[in-house]
Design a protein around this ligand. Sequence first.
Ligand code: ZN
Length: 444
Amino acid sequence: MINNPSPKRNTHLRKRSGIRWRYLTLAVLGLVVLCVSRPAFSPQARVVQPPGPLTSETAVVDALPPLEMEPVITVEKRVVRTGDTLYDILKEWGVPDLGILKAAETRVDGIRPSRLVAGRNYRLYVQGERLVEYQYEPDDMRFLKIVFGEGVPAVTVEPIPYEIVRVSVSGVIEGSLFGAVETIGEKPVLAMDLADIFAWQVDFFRDLRRGDSFVALVDKYYRDGEFVRYGRIAAAQFVNNGTSHKAFLNRQQGGRGDYFDETGGSLQRQFLKAPLRFRRISSGFSTRRLHPVTGKVVPHLGVDYAAPTGTPIMAIGDGKVVMVKRDAANGRIIKVRHNSVYSSAYAHMNSFASGMKVGTRVRQGQIIGYVGSTGRATGPHLHFAMYRNGRYVDPRRISVPRATSVPKADLELYKASIRKLDVLLRGGLTEQVAEGGGDADVLR
Ligand SMILES: [Zn+2]
C-alpha cells in the first residue's frame, strides 16, 4: 500500500525504478532464503539498522546492491525551504494521500506535523526506494517522527540524541572579543553569551583592553560527531583591565537560572554597563577596532558608541521616559528617569521605538530606539549620558546596587555546587597564563 512506487515520484527515481524494482523483488525473495544464515554476510554499504533516532550520513547509493542484499536504509538530511509542505515532501516518496492526511492531523506534544518552519532540519530514512521514516526538528531539543509501516503512520515526538561534552574554553583579547573567540576555534555566539552574562560588569563596546582574558565552562552539543550548539555557560570568569568577574549559573530556583558570583551575589545591577546589546552587533563590525569611539568633542558630556544605523538601543535600567524630542544638536533624543537620583539620555537616534512618549515606563534592556545620525553627528552613533541629581556623571564611575542574591537558605548548597566549577575556572586561567594561548580541553 504505502510502499508502492508512485507515478508522481520525481524523475531521477523514476528512471531507476524499473530496474530497481526487479532487483528489489529478487532481493526480497533472496532474503527469505538467506534470512536464517544472516549473520554470515555483511553488506558493504552504509547502515543496516532499524530506522531510529541514530543515524548515518547522507548516503546516495549509486551502485545497485548485490542480489542477496537487504535494502539498506539511507538518511537524507534536508532543510525546510520556504513553501515546502509536508504533503509535497511525503508525496515525492509515494506516500498515499490518506497516510499523509492521517499523519498530518495527529498532534503530539503540541506539535502539528503539517506545520513546517523554513530553515528547520528534517530527515528522510529511505529503504530501497521506500520512505520508512520522516523526522522533523521543530526546535533544537526534539524531533517529530513519522514511521511508515503497515496501516496508519505512527507519529511520536522524541528528544534529539546529542553527545554532550563539557569543555573549558579560554582566550585572551588581542583586538576584540569576537576575534579572541574565533582564535580558539569557537563560534561567535559564545562571545555573545559571555557578553550577556557580564553585561552589568563590563562595557564590551568601550572597556575591553588588550590582554583581557576569559575562561568559560560550557557544554558542547554534538550530533553524529558534528558540533551543533552550546548549552548555557555553566561558569565563567572575565578579567577586564585587571579586575576579575566570576559568574556561576544557579538553577536552584528552577527555570533557566541566573548568574551569581562566588559569594552568591547576583551579577545583575540596577544599570547595564552599555546601552547597546553586544549580541545585536555583527561580529564583522565589532572586530574592526577595540574602542569604537567617534569624533570626541571637548567638552563632551557623554559616551559615544559607534554602531550601524538601526542598531537597537536599550534603556540601561527600569524607569520612566521624561523626554522624547528632536532638536538641532541631539537629533532624536530620549531621556529616562530611573529614580530620584539617576537619569540617562540617548541621542542621535534614527528613530524611536514605538510607544515612546513622556510618561512611558521602560524596563531594563527594553528597546527604546535605534542608532542613527540625527542632529549634530558625523556618522551613525549613539551619544549616551548619565546624570546624578541632574548633573552629568561618567557612567563608569558610578556604583549601583545589585539585584537579589542567592537566598540565605540556599547559600550553602550554592557554594558547595560551585566549588568544583571554581577549581576548573582557575585551571583554565592558569593554563592560559602558562601557555599564552587558549584551547578547548575536554574535561570529562
Ligand atoms: Zn557624543
